[in-house]
Design a protein around this ligand. Structure first.
Ligand SMILES: Cc1cc2nc3c(=O)[nH]c(=O)nc-3n(C[C@H](O)[C@H](O)[C@H](O)COP(=O)(O)O)c2cc1C
Length: 341
């Protein structure tokens, strides 16, 4: 067991899940503090596997999934930990507190988490200011930074397009790519935006506002869509010339958890893995658009299954919580032919 694994099991897992998350993130937001511990805790960086996708250069195909750094406070640390790209957010136009605590739950025996955070974030404007300051300081990361945008809870679903546009405009200069999160289960009605009519309206609204230079735009979908929905979404993404699709967000299928221990929210981690792979495989059969695979990656072999299903890049969240940066190194040590299947 590496030092991260030891600390996790014997110290961090004894604390409340969200308090642990906040503690780690606050350490990571002070790069000087943790770079002192750096290699001793996190080990050496992964090998480079350079690749380019939707006009961006990635030093490896392993990204940080959205939700870990909602306010972009640890931007300088993700590349130091070895990630090939990092996605921050979900950020909303209006700052919001999210759902009442507790709202994050560990299921170590399943390799899973359940969360009902509800897009707790400081809002798009403070994030834009923070990013501007970082850019001006000359310390901007060298890896691609994606910004994941969601709908503010107070905005009615009919006005979702204007709400997404507001965040997109405020942050346009700062993200290397953007993701529309229409698949979180923790904002009432959000997943209904995966229907073609509202989604087309949001995409059309963003396209009509011509940010310059234009930035790659992706959508992030739920694992709980049926094949008909998937086909319709993939077609629309092609028509709208989106840069790609992130598959998938957390699931509402809690059949792997015993009802006495269950919690309301999105389930992530190992129980999601097969379903996410199925969605990626189905998408790959119907489209050539780039796919970022997310859901239940805990080992190099799990990442390989995503690449074989058709993913071009992968993202990790729950596996990163349970395994730390060793997981990035393990994925990057797969044989080179694993990556460009
Ligand atoms: C605590 C937590 C918070 C999350 N927050 C977000 C979020 O704000 N936006 C988003 O698009 N996905 C969010 N996700 C979903 C992850 O980005 C990821 O897509 C999902 O958990 C599946 O990957 P995993 O099994 O590696 O965790 C969150 C996941 C967790 C566990």
């Amino acid at each position: 067991m590496d030092l991260y694994g030891f600390l996790l099991r014997h110290v961090l897992f004894r604390l409340d899940a969200e308090a642990t998350h906040e503690f780690i993130l606050s350490c990571l937001s002070r790069p000087r503090l943790w770079s002192f511990l750096g290699k001793r805790v996190f080990g050496s960086p992964p090998q480079n596997i350079p690749l380019s996708l939707f006009g961006l250069q990635f030093r490896n195909p392993v990204g940080l999934a959205a939700g870990m750094d909602k306010n972009g406070i640890a931007l300088r640390s993700w590349e130091k930990l070895g990630f090939g790209f990092a996605e921050i957010g979900t950020v909303t136009a209006v700052p919001q507190l999210g759902n009442p605590r507790p709202r994050l739950f560990r299921f170590p025996e399943l390799g899973a988490l359940v969360n009902r955070m509800g897009f707790n974030n400081e809002g798009a404007y403070p994030l834009a200011l923070r990013m501007e300051t970082l850019r001006e300081s000359g310390q901007w990361p060298t890896i691609p930074i994606g910004i994941n945008i969601g709908k503010s809870k107070i905005t009615p679903l009919e006005s979702a397009h204007t709400d997404y546009l507001e965040s997109f405009r405020l942050l346009h200069a700062h993200g290397d790519y953007f993701v529309l999160n229409i698949s979180s289960p923790n904002t009432p009605g959000l997943r209904s935006l995966q229907s073609i009519e509202p989604l087309a309206k949001i995409l059309g609204t963003l396209r009509d506002w011509e940010g310059s230079p234009s930035k790659p735009l992706l959508i992030k979908i739920a694992p709980d869509l049926d094949s008909e929905n998937l086909i319709a979404i993939a077609k629309l993404c092609e028509q709208e010339r989106l840069a790609g699709i992130i598959a998938t967000n957390t699931t509402l299928d809690h059949s792997s958890i015993s009802s006495s221990r269950d919690e309301i929210g999105g389930l992530s981690g190992q129980p999601l893995q097969q379903r996410s792979n199925t969605v990626i495989r189905q998408l790959r059969e119907i489209t050539q658009l780039p796919i970022i695979g997310s859901g239940g990656i805990f080992t190099g072999a799990d990442a390989l299954a995503k690449f074989e299903a058709g993913a071009n890049l992968v993202q990790i969240y729950t596996g990163f919580v349970y395994r730390g940066p060793a997981l990035i190194r393990e994925i990057c040590s797969l044989p080179p032919r694993s990556f460009f299947v």
